[in-house]
Design a protein around this ligand. Structure first.
Ligand SMILES: [Zn+2]
Length: 210
Protein backbone atom coordinates (compact mmCIF):
# COMPACT_ATOMS: atom_id res chain seq x y z
CA UNK A 1 0.00 0.00 0.00
CA UNK A 2 1.29 3.43 -0.84
CA UNK A 3 1.98 5.99 1.79
CA UNK A 4 -0.76 8.54 1.92
CA UNK A 5 1.62 11.45 1.58
CA UNK A 6 2.66 10.25 -1.86
CA UNK A 7 -0.85 10.40 -3.11
CA UNK A 8 -2.79 13.37 -4.38
CA UNK A 9 -5.16 12.87 -1.51
CA UNK A 10 -3.02 14.98 0.76
CA UNK A 11 -3.26 17.94 -1.64
CA UNK A 12 -7.00 17.90 -1.94
CA UNK A 13 -9.41 20.12 -0.15
CA UNK A 14 -12.93 21.46 -0.38
CA UNK A 15 -12.95 25.14 -1.09
CA UNK A 16 -15.69 27.71 -1.09
CA UNK A 17 -15.71 31.25 -2.46
CA UNK A 18 -17.25 33.14 0.41
CA UNK A 19 -17.85 36.24 -1.65
CA UNK A 20 -20.06 34.20 -3.99
CA UNK A 21 -22.22 32.81 -1.21
CA UNK A 22 -24.60 35.74 -1.29
CA UNK A 23 -25.71 34.91 -4.83
CA UNK A 24 -27.08 31.53 -3.80
CA UNK A 25 -30.10 30.72 -1.67
CA UNK A 26 -29.70 28.72 1.53
CA UNK A 27 -31.12 25.58 -0.06
CA UNK A 28 -28.68 25.90 -2.95
CA UNK A 29 -25.74 26.30 -0.59
CA UNK A 30 -26.88 23.28 1.39
CA UNK A 31 -27.15 21.26 -1.81
CA UNK A 32 -23.69 22.31 -3.04
CA UNK A 33 -22.07 21.59 0.31
CA UNK A 34 -23.45 18.06 0.22
CA UNK A 35 -22.43 17.68 -3.42
CA UNK A 36 -18.86 18.79 -2.76
CA UNK A 37 -18.36 16.53 0.22
CA UNK A 38 -19.68 13.60 -1.80
CA UNK A 39 -17.35 14.39 -4.69
CA UNK A 40 -14.45 14.90 -2.32
CA UNK A 41 -14.95 11.41 -0.90
CA UNK A 42 -15.30 9.96 -4.41
CA UNK A 43 -11.99 11.49 -5.45
CA UNK A 44 -10.21 10.38 -2.29
CA UNK A 45 -11.20 6.74 -2.59
CA UNK A 46 -7.99 4.70 -2.26
CA UNK A 47 -8.64 2.70 -5.44
CA UNK A 48 -8.96 5.91 -7.44
CA UNK A 49 -5.94 7.52 -5.76
CA UNK A 50 -3.84 4.50 -6.60
CA UNK A 51 -5.09 4.70 -10.16
CA UNK A 52 -4.06 8.40 -10.37
CA UNK A 53 -0.66 7.59 -8.96
CA UNK A 54 -0.25 4.95 -11.67
CA UNK A 55 -1.49 7.32 -14.39
CA UNK A 56 0.88 10.13 -13.36
CA UNK A 57 3.76 7.69 -13.35
CA UNK A 58 2.82 6.33 -16.75
CA UNK A 59 2.57 9.84 -18.17
CA UNK A 60 5.75 10.88 -16.40
CA UNK A 61 4.01 13.72 -14.67
CA UNK A 62 5.80 14.35 -11.42
CA UNK A 63 3.42 14.34 -8.51
CA UNK A 64 5.13 17.45 -7.13
CA UNK A 65 3.90 19.48 -10.09
CA UNK A 66 0.42 19.15 -8.63
CA UNK A 67 0.29 21.71 -5.85
CA UNK A 68 -3.39 21.70 -4.96
CA UNK A 69 -6.63 20.11 -6.04
CA UNK A 70 -9.56 22.18 -4.90
CA UNK A 71 -13.05 20.72 -4.98
CA UNK A 72 -15.08 23.87 -5.38
CA UNK A 73 -18.40 24.00 -3.59
CA UNK A 74 -20.11 26.42 -5.96
CA UNK A 75 -20.49 25.99 -9.71
CA UNK A 76 -18.66 28.22 -12.12
CA UNK A 77 -20.62 29.49 -15.05
CA UNK A 78 -18.88 31.00 -18.03
CA UNK A 79 -20.24 33.94 -19.95
CA UNK A 80 -21.65 31.60 -22.58
CA UNK A 81 -23.74 29.97 -19.87
CA UNK A 82 -21.77 26.72 -19.82
CA UNK A 83 -20.61 25.33 -16.54
CA UNK A 84 -16.98 24.41 -16.17
CA UNK A 85 -16.09 20.90 -15.03
CA UNK A 86 -12.61 21.92 -14.01
CA UNK A 87 -9.66 24.19 -14.58
CA UNK A 88 -5.93 23.73 -14.48
CA UNK A 89 -3.41 26.42 -13.77
CA UNK A 90 -0.43 24.73 -15.38
CA UNK A 91 2.12 27.23 -14.10
CA UNK A 92 1.04 26.87 -10.49
CA UNK A 93 -0.08 23.26 -10.58
CA UNK A 94 -3.46 24.27 -9.25
CA UNK A 95 -6.49 22.24 -10.24
CA UNK A 96 -10.08 23.11 -9.53
CA UNK A 97 -13.06 20.80 -9.90
CA UNK A 98 -16.53 22.32 -10.13
CA UNK A 99 -19.98 20.82 -9.53
CA UNK A 100 -22.89 20.52 -11.88
CA UNK A 101 -25.67 22.95 -11.13
CA UNK A 102 -28.49 22.06 -8.77
CA UNK A 103 -30.93 22.47 -11.62
CA UNK A 104 -29.09 19.98 -13.79
CA UNK A 105 -28.98 17.50 -10.90
CA UNK A 106 -32.71 17.81 -10.30
CA UNK A 107 -33.52 17.08 -13.93
CA UNK A 108 -31.03 14.25 -14.01
CA UNK A 109 -32.49 12.73 -10.83
CA UNK A 110 -36.00 12.84 -12.27
CA UNK A 111 -34.82 11.03 -15.38
CA UNK A 112 -32.41 8.48 -14.01
CA UNK A 113 -32.93 8.33 -10.25
CA UNK A 114 -30.82 9.31 -7.26
CA UNK A 115 -28.37 6.42 -7.40
CA UNK A 116 -27.43 7.08 -10.98
CA UNK A 117 -27.00 10.77 -10.17
CA UNK A 118 -24.54 9.89 -7.40
CA UNK A 119 -22.61 7.55 -9.68
CA UNK A 120 -22.62 10.23 -12.34
CA UNK A 121 -21.47 13.04 -10.02
CA UNK A 122 -18.59 11.00 -8.64
CA UNK A 123 -17.44 9.85 -12.04
CA UNK A 124 -17.79 13.22 -13.65
CA UNK A 125 -15.46 14.63 -11.00
CA UNK A 126 -13.03 11.76 -11.53
CA UNK A 127 -13.06 12.34 -15.28
CA UNK A 128 -12.53 16.06 -14.71
CA UNK A 129 -9.57 15.42 -12.43
CA UNK A 130 -8.00 13.00 -14.91
CA UNK A 131 -8.50 15.60 -17.65
CA UNK A 132 -6.99 18.47 -15.68
CA UNK A 133 -4.01 16.39 -14.52
CA UNK A 134 -3.23 15.57 -18.15
CA UNK A 135 -3.19 19.29 -18.92
CA UNK A 136 -0.13 19.57 -16.69
CA UNK A 137 1.77 17.65 -19.34
CA UNK A 138 -0.06 18.44 -22.55
CA UNK A 139 -0.84 22.07 -21.70
CA UNK A 140 -3.10 23.48 -24.38
CA UNK A 141 -3.20 20.40 -26.56
CA UNK A 142 -6.89 19.91 -25.87
CA UNK A 143 -7.30 17.19 -28.46
CA UNK A 144 -4.70 14.92 -26.92
CA UNK A 145 -5.99 15.63 -23.43
CA UNK A 146 -9.52 14.66 -24.45
CA UNK A 147 -8.46 11.47 -26.18
CA UNK A 148 -6.28 10.36 -23.29
CA UNK A 149 -8.93 11.37 -20.76
CA UNK A 150 -11.38 8.95 -22.33
CA UNK A 151 -8.88 6.10 -22.28
CA UNK A 152 -7.79 6.72 -18.71
CA UNK A 153 -11.31 7.21 -17.50
CA UNK A 154 -12.29 3.81 -18.88
CA UNK A 155 -9.30 2.21 -17.20
CA UNK A 156 -10.22 3.90 -13.93
CA UNK A 157 -13.77 2.51 -14.03
CA UNK A 158 -12.38 -0.96 -14.52
CA UNK A 159 -10.40 -0.49 -11.34
CA UNK A 160 -13.41 0.48 -9.27
CA UNK A 161 -15.39 -2.39 -7.86
CA UNK A 162 -19.21 -2.33 -8.21
CA UNK A 163 -19.11 0.24 -10.95
CA UNK A 164 -18.93 -1.81 -14.08
CA UNK A 165 -22.66 -2.12 -14.74
CA UNK A 166 -23.20 1.59 -14.96
CA UNK A 167 -19.73 2.56 -16.08
CA UNK A 168 -20.38 2.50 -19.78
CA UNK A 169 -23.60 4.43 -19.48
CA UNK A 170 -21.86 7.08 -17.40
CA UNK A 171 -18.91 7.10 -19.77
CA UNK A 172 -21.26 7.80 -22.65
CA UNK A 173 -22.95 10.60 -20.74
CA UNK A 174 -19.69 12.25 -19.82
CA UNK A 175 -17.88 12.02 -23.11
CA UNK A 176 -20.52 11.80 -25.79
CA UNK A 177 -23.55 13.66 -24.51
CA UNK A 178 -22.84 16.53 -26.81
CA UNK A 179 -23.15 14.33 -29.84
CA UNK A 180 -26.54 13.01 -28.85
CA UNK A 181 -28.35 15.24 -31.26
CA UNK A 182 -30.25 18.43 -30.94
CA UNK A 183 -29.58 21.06 -28.37
CA UNK A 184 -31.97 20.89 -25.49
CA UNK A 185 -33.25 23.81 -23.52
CA UNK A 186 -32.30 23.78 -19.86
CA UNK A 187 -35.89 23.32 -18.78
CA UNK A 188 -37.54 19.94 -18.59
CA UNK A 189 -39.16 19.24 -21.87
CA UNK A 190 -41.32 16.44 -23.18
CA UNK A 191 -38.68 15.42 -25.63
CA UNK A 192 -37.41 11.85 -25.59
CA UNK A 193 -34.89 11.08 -22.90
CA UNK A 194 -31.52 11.88 -24.42
CA UNK A 195 -32.36 15.44 -25.30
CA UNK A 196 -32.12 16.38 -21.64
CA UNK A 197 -29.62 19.12 -20.96
CA UNK A 198 -26.84 16.61 -21.08
CA UNK A 199 -24.99 18.65 -23.63
CA UNK A 200 -23.59 20.42 -20.58
CA UNK A 201 -22.33 17.15 -19.24
CA UNK A 202 -19.46 17.03 -21.62
CA UNK A 203 -16.05 17.75 -20.30
CA UNK A 204 -15.39 20.08 -23.16
CA UNK A 205 -16.22 22.95 -20.87
CA UNK A 206 -12.87 22.85 -19.24
CA UNK A 207 -10.33 25.59 -19.04
CA UNK A 208 -6.61 25.86 -18.96
CA UNK A 209 -5.10 28.87 -17.29
CA UNK A 210 -1.52 29.66 -17.95
ZN1 LIG B 1 -9.20 20.63 -21.28
Amino acid sequence: MLENSFLLSSKMKISIDHEKLGIFSQSHVKFYLKYSSFVFRALKKPTFQIFLHWMLKKERIEEQTVRTVHVKVLPFRRKNGKCLAGTCNTARGRIRIYPKTMKFCQIFKQKFGRNTLLVYAGNRARAALIHELLHLKYAEDEKTVRELSKDYFLISTQKQPNQSSKAFFIYTLIFYAKNSGKKASPSVSNEPSTSLTLNQTCLRASGVIK
